[in-house]
Structure formats: C-alpha cells, structure tokens
Design a protein around this ligand. Structure first.
Ligand SMILES: NC(=O)c1ccc[n+]([C@@H]2O[C@H](COP(=O)([O-])OP(=O)(O)OC[C@H]3O[C@@H](n4cnc5c(N)ncnc54)[C@H](O)[C@@H]3O)[C@@H](O)[C@H]2O)c1
Length: 313
C-alpha cells in the first residue's frame, strides 16, 4: 500500500517543500482557491493561466475571500497581507513553472488539454518537481503517461470552496511512488487539510460514490417516485446531508455530473452507472443548474431562496 508512515528520507524531501515554490496552472474557481491555501500556509505561489482576465479575476477573488476570513476572525489583516504578497501571476507557462517544486494543475476539465499541459510541465519544470492534478475524473495514470516522470505524478483533488473544505482526496496513479504520496499527504496536513489517499480507478472515491447517488435521485424524480423538494428533504433531514442531491447537482453543474457518469460508465462498463435520460435531456436543453440559472431549482442572483424549477412543480 502507498500510505505507510513517513520515513526519515521522505520527511527530509518534504521539508524542502516547506515554504517552497508552488505553481498553480489555471486561475478559475479551483485554481484561485488552491493558490489561496498555499499562500496562506507560507508558500510562494505562481498562478499560471492563458487568460490575463482570469488571472486578474483570480487575484481579486483571493483578496475578497481573505477579506471574508478576516471579517470572520479566521486570519488577521497582517496574515492576509503576507499571504497576498506570496502570490504572483504569469501567462507564460515556461516562466511560470521554471522554479517550481510542486505544480498543481487546475485547468479546464478536458483530457486533450491536460495531456498537452502535462507534456509542457514535464518539459519546463525542474526534474525533481512533483506534478499534481486537481482533475475530478480523468485518469491520473493516463495523465502521468504523457510525462517522463510518471512516479512523480499524483492526483490532489481539492473540494470547492477550497479555503473552506477540509478534504484533499489524494490519488495514486499506477506508477506514483510511495515517497511522492507521503510528501503530498504531509503537505496537505500542512495546509490544514485532511488528506485521504486512494488509488486511481474511475471516479476515485468521492465521485464514484457521489455521482451514482445523484443519478439515483434524478431517476427517482424521472420515475415520479417523489418531487424535487421531497427527494432533497428526505436526504437532508433523514441522512443529515447538508444539501439534497438535486440541489448539490445544480451546484456542481449538471453537465459536469453527466460527464463524470460517462467516465464511470465507460470505465467500468457496468450499466448501473448509465446516466438517467432526464439528466441527459436537461444538459441538452442547457439547463445546467446554478451556472445557467436553472436546473432542478431556479436561481436568481442575490437570492438564497430555494425555488423548485417551474418544470418540476
Ligand atoms: N469546480 C469544482 O467544483 C471542482 C471541484 C473539484 C475539482 N475540479 C477540477 O478542477 C479543475 C478546474 O476546474 P474549475 O472549476 O476551476 O474550472 P474553471 O473553468 O473555473 O477554470 C479553468 C481555468 O483553466 C484555464 N486554462 C485553460 N487552458 C489553460 C492552459 N492551457 N493553461 C493554463 N490555464 C488554462 C482557463 O482559462 C480557466 O481560468 C478541473 O479539472 C475540474 O475537474 C473542479
């Protein structure tokens, strides 16, 4: 197994990362959250994105999220200033990764794009640098095979919103070395997170269990067993879930849910993962949840009220 206790040699390697240089590829929702937690923990962070607008937006969002933490008494104004000073941005990947000891890739979820990025990271990052990916569903083993350092490639699956959510699902690719896994486990703890190491099979653990539950909730609606509110209320009040599965699906994005179900279905070849036809139809109709203002619920900017979509009333 990969998660044996840390040996002296591994500890030493890990300590080199402490306060070291981290590059985050992709300045979107996850990239800015990942940069935030590393900067807060004292690392020098370079955020790399092809879009200058996204880089500007990421820095502004990180500032706002720190302000929220200051208001809540989670960090001091001084800690915020120090953390923000740890962050730089870069649109040229060669410049952005040249000094990195660890890279976390959080670019758009597209396999061809990720394979291309990892080829570049392998080419331009220092030989000792660990290459992690925040992918929700793409095989770590496949990504690793695009590099000449498969032993140093690993999944580091943060949850949204990164500064708030405690879990880091760490995914060992087929070739990931024990030393690299232990380094990433210890590093996650240093960020104040709780790491869980799992192996690389479709959906890892989080999505392999979550997505069939969401799919079953959609099937229950599709078959007329219960309405949107009833399904979500049963799971919230009966199972102590903070959010019902249909509401959560709207937050994740129905297109993202569908694409992960396809990964599970294709990867295992088991019909139990087949996406519900209602989910397929909603995605084709552009009803994607929060991001399109309508899914199982209707979302209005500025309102936190949960309103079931007209379609399901
Ligand atoms: N959003 C979530 O809740 C969530 C949760 C866990 C994991 N993930 C995973 O995190 C990754 C990022 O998701 P997101 O929601 O932050 O996406 P996003 O669309 O918000 O951001 C993606 C960013 O990648 C940038 N990008 C595209 N091509 C690039 C390239 N060649 N080099 C550098 N940057 C590039 C885009 O400009 C964009 O800023 C995906 O792999 C996704 O599966 C997302």
């Amino acid at each position: 197994m990969h998660n044996s206790p840390l040996g002296e040699k591994e500890k030493l390697h890990f300590m080199n990362l402490n306060g070291g240089f981290v590059s985050v590829i992709g300045a979107g929702t996850m990239g800015n959250g990942i940069a935030h937690v590393f900067a807060q923990a004292g690392f020098n962070v370079t955020i790399v994105d092809v879009s200058l607008a996204q880089l500007d937006k990421a820095v502004a969002n990180i500032g706002k999220n720190f302000d929220r933490q200051v208001a809540k008494g989670i960090v001091t104004e001084e800690q915020k200033t120090t953390a923000l000073a740890n962050i730089t941005t870069e649109s040229n990947i060669i410049e952005g990764v040249k000094d990195a000891e660890l890279i976390i890739e959080a670019a758009t979820e597209n396999i061809d794009l990720k394979l291309k990025i990892f080829e570049q990271l392998d080419m331009y990052a220092p030989k000792e640098c660990i290459l992690a990916t925040n992918t929700s569903s793409i095989s770590i083993t496949k990504i690793a095979a695009a590099t000449s350092r498969a032993g140093k490639v690993i999944g580091m699956h943060f949850m949204n919103p990164v500064p708030v959510m405690k879990l880091v699902e760490i995914i060992n690719g087929y070739a990931t070395t024990k030393e690299v896994t232990n380094t990433i486990i210890e590093l996650s703890k240093q960020l104040g997170k709780v790491p869980c190491a799992v192996n690389d099979y479709p959906g890892f653990i989080a999505n392999r269990i979550l997505m069939p539950m969401i799919n079953e909730a959609i099937y229950s609606l599709y078959e007329g067993v219960a309405g949107v509110e009833e399904i979500d209320t049963v799971m919230k009040l009966g199972m102590a879930h903070p959010m019902g599965p249909l509401q959560l699906a709207d937050f994740i994005g129905l297109d993202v849910c569908l694409s992960i179900l396809h990964v599970l279905h294709d990867g295992f070849g088991n019909p139990k993962y087949a996406p519900c036809p209602l989910l397929v139809n909603m995605v084709m109709a552009g009803k994607l949840g929060v991001k399109s203002s309508e899914g199982f619920y209707t979302f209005t900017a500025g309102s936190k009220e949960l309103v079931v979509s007209e379609r399901f009333r």
